[in-house]
Write a protein that binds this ligand. Structure first.
Ligand code: SF4
Length: 137
């Protein structure tokens, strides 16, 4: 599958204290988990909308309609990344307790390709290795 569009879904609680720069920068630099995306892959980021992530359904619905209308984008051309702030224990919070529910919403909306992670912090990775932070890998 050629990814024409990447969606990063960020934890809404984290977004209150994080601009999202590191994830956006990692995407544009094609660092880490983003390294295999072609240069012309597009990108959008939005938050889960707050616990329990239910508003992702409406956001994805709106994205689907607009993206298809404006660019003919099909759902199978999209990769959804769950941001590292959501799926790891990190500087902000521990892993979101609603990840499985959030994944079920995304799949129900027709997006089958889901990747756990976005920007990978070297500092947080070291703390996970040292068991300062919990690890879920
Ligand atoms: S549902 Fe999870 S990702 Fe969303 S705000 Fe709550 S803890 Fe963060």
């Amino acid at each position: 599958m050629t990814a024409k569009y990447v969606i990063i879904i960020q934890c809404d609680l984290t977004h209150r204290r994080c601009s999202g720069f590191a994830c956006t920068n990692a995407f544009y630099n094609r660092d880490g988990l983003f390294e295999n995306y072609p240069d012309d892959t597009r990108y959008i980021s939005f938050t889960c909308g707050g616990c329990c992530g239910k508003s992702i359904a409406a956001k994805l619905e709106q994205f689907s309609k607009k993206a298809y209308k404006k660019t003919n984008l099909e759902k199978n051309e999209v990769v959804v990344h769950l941001a590292s702030c959501m799926i790891t224990d990190n500087h902000h919070f521990d892993r979101c307790p609603h990840v499985d529910y959030i994944k079920s919403i995304i799949r129900k909306k027709g997006y089958e390709t889901i990747v756990e992670g976005s920007y990978i912090s070297a500092g947080a990775s070291k703390k996970r290795a040292a068991k300062v932070y919990n690890s879920y890998e």
